[in-house]
Design a protein. Structure first.
Length: 307
């Protein structure tokens, strides 16, 4: 009996320690979501500014040489690349699996043209199918909003180098984005090339005032700057949304774990109380039985007491 109660006591202590860890991770995930959600909200205004700048540059049919090069790279036979934002850490449910399944389904028959997949996070890299070519190592997931800038900078350098070598011509970006406080959904978009459809869409963006914009000659440097800003903000937003979704997924996982641990603790404590009460009752019965036995023994001093 004592061995059983000692075992239950150890299990209760272990579950209580685990519950404390889960509460800490839950609080950390909840606090981390806020900074990434604020970053995503701030990017909305920045993206709008870049969008208007591109619209102003392209409204008159302007196009730089580099942008024209990007457009020429849109031939169907050109090799493709993909950037997938996942996680480095676990306790996020099916965060990475859902995203990889979505990305492969979204690419569909175009998978045969994939020549490279950039993975952000070790866990998403491990899910890349063997036939597909992945980058030598996964980019680490940023630990804060400030670290996203350096990651996006390295991405743009690597993408530019791969395009210069002719390794890729078309790039798609896949990531999870938060849908509510503790839910997310996978999304994807084409980053490059900036083809005629993209230029027409940007040129058709409605200007917020009645006065049409004017670009001081030469317009090419301005267009190049806005294109760089566009690529930067798209990747930054994808990374920030992925981090917010990751913490939302972790928060949901910690909430489920907290509920399960609470139920296990209640069960263990109830079992401990039953066994402990049974042990106390057994000891009392033994004392009473011993007393009754002695009270009927005429040789014992307690004999006759209570009669």
């Amino acid at each position: 009996m004592s061995g059983t109660t000692e075992s239950l006591s150890r299990q209760i202590s272990t579950a209580s320690d685990l519950a404390a860890v889960v509460r800490s991770m839950k609080a950390l995930a909840a606090s981390s979501i806020g900074q990434y959600e604020k970053s995503v909200a701030a990017l909305t205004d920045y993206y709008r500014t870049v969008e208007l700048g591109l619209s102003a540059c392209l409204r008159g049919g302007g196009q730089s040489a580099a942008l024209a090069g990007r457009a020429r790279a849109s031939a169907p036979a050109q090799p493709m690349g993909a950037i997938v934002f996942g996680s480095d850490q676990g306790l996020v449910g099916r965060f990475n699996e859902t995203l990889m399944e979505f990305a492969l389904a979204r690419l569909g028959s175009s998978q045969s043209k994939l020549t490279r997949i950039w993975a952000v996070g070790e866990r998403i890299q491990a899910l890349i199918p063997a036939p597909l070519i992945a980058a030598p190592a996964a980019w680490p997931v940023p630990g804060s909003v400030e670290a996203i800038t350096s990651l996006v900078g390295r991405m743009l350098i690597d993408i530019q180098a791969a395009r210069a070598r002719g390794d890729i011509a078309e790039i798609h970006v896949f990531h999870n984005r938060p849908r509510s406080a503790a839910a997310y959904e996978p999304v994807g978009r084409r980053l490059l090339p900036l083809d005629a459809a993209w230029r027409d869409g940007m040129a058709a963006v409605r200007w917020p005032t009645k006065t049409p914009p004017q670009i001081i000659d030469p317009a090419a440097p301005a267009l190049e700057a806005f294109v760089r800003g566009y690529l930067f903000v798209v990747l930054f937003q994808a990374c920030a949304e992925s981090l917010a979704a990751e913490n939302a997924s972790r928060l949901a996982a910690m909430q489920r774990a907290e509920k399960n641990i609470r139920e296990v603790l209640e069960h263990l404590k109830a079992q401990y109380r039953r066994i402990r009460q049974a042990s106390i009752d057994e000891e009392l019965f033994e004392v009473v039985a011993g007393y009754e036995s002695l009270s009927h023994d005429p040789r014992h001093p307690a004999a006759g007491v209570g009669r």
